[in-house]
Design a protein around this ligand. Structure first.
Ligand SMILES: [Zn+2]
Length: 481
């Protein structure tokens, strides 16, 4: 019988909910866990959708991919940024390799696949697609079928960072999006007889975490017991599990199934006004404060006296203003550059939270976490409170009294990403449940290739996950991660 691999991606599905809290309520996922290999999956640095899915499916670290987040500096000017879409991906993905080997692939919603590139098979692009008015399928002719089957495909829960009174609408959109995506997935699997590799990514878990986390997490500072949305995330996970069950009903038992996520989630306490902190510490100097809260790129910065500036996001990027590199650079490359980075790392590590407690903030140098550093990386990645706080990039008309904020400048959000996603694999042979330690998202692509009998390129960084490798890894899990 034909060997096939199905990968079901659940963006942001998080191990503490899937494995620790709710597994008994997720019968279809539980069945796979009980006969497969499962465990936490270490995300990329940073643990963000872009670059995480492409790091997973190329088995290359973000430094080698040359993009470090959704938005990246294009050059060393102060303001030029670009969104990393599929044209930024120069390394071959698992489906590129499979396509070349003549294997048939089906892709639905894998992040960073827009604009669509040719594959040996069919593709529906991802949440970064501007609208279904754009060409969002390969081949182009697939589009009409997608629209017909789904009654109007939903790429993403648009406007998901909504205010309180909009929550019902957002919830409804998330469900609708998920229902349509799984309906399309089932349709594709049932009507294409000859596929070898199927992969879909559902964005709903990420959207619902960011919008509803505070309602369901008793540890969250804004949690109110007995609130209307108390069970919203739990109910949604059960809904997704049922859709997975239907999809699994459409495949035979010779199909290996993987359920994976690109990163996890955790409660977010608040935000650190990163640029305001840099101003206080004397690294960033303004000519004038802005008329309203603005991004640093829109402020009148005195670059001749500025040594560093930062960006907002789930993690922060710190850029240094280096002589000969930035247009008005002031820091000498070499010794002064390294001294400045070391100084910032030390100051950030000493930062306390709003209650004066230690915060566990840390910053990393790109070259310390990547084997190669392509493109234009930030000079430091900063993780406030080890991702329990986010970075807020805005600069205010008046210097705020404190760098801690509990209102987000990009809309309501009460979850942050976390370092570990999930991995579940039930191969055709099945077996006993085997919990694995030390899995990395770069292991997914080589594992997929290996399951389909395709040789793993030697420059892939991950390992093939098998029952043997897992036993060996678990015995020596200290060396990875
Ligand atoms: Zn994600």
């Amino acid at each position: 019988m034909k060997k096939r691999v199905m990968v079901i991606g659940l963006d942001c599905a998080t191990p503490q909910l899937v494995f620790d809290r709710w597994l008994d309520d997720l019968p279809n996922i539980k069945r796979l866990v009980e006969s497969g290999i499962w465990g936490k999956l270490r995300s990329s640095d940073p643990p963000i959708t872009v670059p995480a899915w492409m790091s997973m499916m190329t088995s290359k670290n973000p430094g080698r991919l040359g993009f470090y987040g959704l938005r990246n500096r294009v050059d060393y000017s102060y303001e030029k940024m670009a969104t990393a879409n599929s044209t930024f991906v120069k390394e071959p993905t698992a489906w590129d390799i499979l396509s070349r080997k003549g294997k048939k692939v089906i892709l639905i919603g894998v992040p960073q696949t827009y604009p669509p590139k040719p594959v040996n098979g069919e593709m529906v692009t991802c949440f970064l697609t501007p609208s279904t008015e754009k060409q969002f399928t390969y081949p182009a002719s697939l589009r009409d079928e997608v629209q017909r089957v789904t009654g109007g495909y939903i790429l993403d829960a648009v406007g998901f960072r909504a205010d309180e009174e909009e929550k019902d609408r957002v919830l409804k959109t998330i469900y609708e999006m998920t229902e349509k995506r799984f309906r399309l997935a089932r349709h594709m699997v049932e009507t294409r007889a000859d596929w070898d590799f199927f992969m879909m990514v559902e964005m709903g878990p990420d959207r619902i975490h960011h919008m509803f986390w505070k309602y369901t997490d008793p540890e969250h500072p804004k949690y109110v017991p007995g609130n209307k949305y108390e069970n919203s995330i739990h109910e949604y996970y059960k809904y997704v599990d049922a859709r997975i069950g239907e999809l699994l009903g459409a495949i035979d038992d010779q199909t290996s199934v993987l359920i994976v996520s690109d990163h996890g989630a955790r409660g977010m306490i608040g935000g650190i006004c990163f640029n305001e902190w840099l101003i206080r510490e004397g690294y960033l100097v303004l000519k004038n404060r802005p008329d309203k809260p603005r991004a640093v790129e829109q402020c009148e910065v005195d670059w001749s006296r500025t040594r560093a500036w930062g960006s907002g996001g789930y993690y922060a990027r710190l850029m240094l203003n280096v002589r000969g590199r930035e247009p008005q650079g002031v820091i000498e490359p070499g010794e002064e550059y390294e001294r400045t980075r070391a100084e910032v790392i030390e100051k950030l590590a000493a930062l306390s939270d709003h209650k004066g407690e230690p915060m566990k903030t840390f910053a990393v140098r790109p070259e310390d976490v990547y084997s190669e550093v392509r493109g234009v990386p930030p000079d430091l990645f900063v993780y406030f409170g080890n991702l329990s706080w986010r970075s807020v990039g805005s600069i205010w008309p008046d210097a705020p009294e404190t760098i801690y904020t509990f209102e987000n400048d990009t809309g309501p959000d009460d979850a942050n990403h976390d370092w570990h996603g999930i991995f579940i694999m039930r191969d055709a042979a099945g077996g006993d449940s085997l919990q694995a330690e030390g899995l990395n998202l770069k292991d997914v692509a080589p594992t997929v290739l290996s399951l389909l009998g395709v040789q793993v390129p030697s420059d892939m960084e991950g390992q093939v996950i098998t029952r043997q490798s897992v036993s060996a890894l678990s015995a020596d899990s200290t060396g990875r991660g």
